[in-house]
Design a protein around this ligand. Structure first.
Ligand code: PAF
Length: 283
């Protein structure tokens, strides 16, 4: 496996693969790789001739008071995991390499899909995501790109971007990977103190209650939101940012009764750590 740090070197490698007619899978990440990322790399390896894993803590998707500086950086361990899971290249550029000058072009999806849920408290976040992912798509020219369902809103935003900008690739969305006790895997879990981690289990427990109520026939979205909100609020360490339900695709207001695919999503703080989780409720 090759560790590549420059755009020029990545371009040269991709050109060789393209010339040889190889298919390419791209797994964009911000590093601090865990089993969730491993599942993406494994899928990319199974479905493509060559796999690029990008490891880049993208400054443009962090707001001024967010955790850009504190975000875990574990390149050596990331390279090891990427190699074990079948990556051919880890692309780990510097911020200067990805954003060489202060003048720059943004790629921005507008509309409710970027305004609700995390878009409300993180107004510049998705513009940063779509800009850096567009750069990565242009550099790696993948046939398939792999993302996790845990970032459900990101998935909807990227689907829209790929459609609108005619990116010639397939987005592959892989299921949420959880710890044995239900906590969704996240690079930010490393911030949690032991008592916060124990408290955070309320997220998967509460979403499971909603799934059970839905399976038992509950089709009122607000009732499901109330059920999850009450359950999370019963944990004293939790501070709810949102508990909301939207219709998929593209996070439209839900119908009553619920129809089609619906996303029930939560963002909750434990101490200084903000965690997200979600379930899809399909009628
Ligand atoms: O999901 C992430 O880790 C990031 O938002 C992504 C897609 C790698 C863009 O920086």
């Amino acid at each position: 496996m090759k560790l590549i740090k420059t755009v020029a070197e990545l371009r040269a490698e991709i050109a060789l693969w393209k010339k040889a007619g190889k298919s390419i899978g791209l797994v964009p990440t911000m590093g601090a790789l865990h089993e969730g990322h491993a599942s993406l790399i494994k899928a990319a390896h199974a479905e493509n001739d060559c796999v690029v894993v990008s490891v880049f803590v993208n400054p443009t998707q962090f707001g001024p008071n967010e955790d850009l500086d504190a975000y875990p950086r574990t390149l050596e361990a990331d390279c090891h995991l990427a190699e074990v899971m079948g990556a051919n290249v880890v692309f780990a550029p510097s911020p200067k390499e990805m954003y060489p000058s202060t003048a720059m072009t943004w790629v921005e999806v507008t509309g409710d899909v970027t305004k609700v849920l995390c878009g409300r408290s993180r107004p510049i976040h998705f513009r940063g995501v779509t800009t850096v992912v567009s750069k990565l798509f242009n550099l790696a020219q993948p046939d398939r790109a792999y993302f996790g369902q845990k970032d459900a809103q990101q998935v909807e935003v990227l689907q829209r971007m790929v459609k609108d900008l005619f990116f010639n690739l397939e987005l592959k969305i892989m299921p949420i990977v959880r710890e044995a006790d239900g906590l969704a895997k996240s690079s930010r879990n490393t911030y949690l103190q032991p008592e916060e981690r124990a408290a955070a289990l309320v997220l998967s427990r509460s979403l499971k209650k909603a799934q059970e109520a839905f399976a038992a026939g509950e089709r009122n979205g607000q009732n499901l939101v109330d059920l999850v909100s009450r359950s999370i609020a019963s944990e004293p360490m939790s501070v709810i940012d949102y508990v909301e339900i939207y219709a998929l695709p593209e996070l439209q207001p839900v119908t009553t009764p619920l129809k089609g695919r619906n996303l029930l999503a939560v963002a909750v703080k434990f101490g200084t750590t903000r965690l997200i989780d979600n379930v899809i409720l399909e009628a």
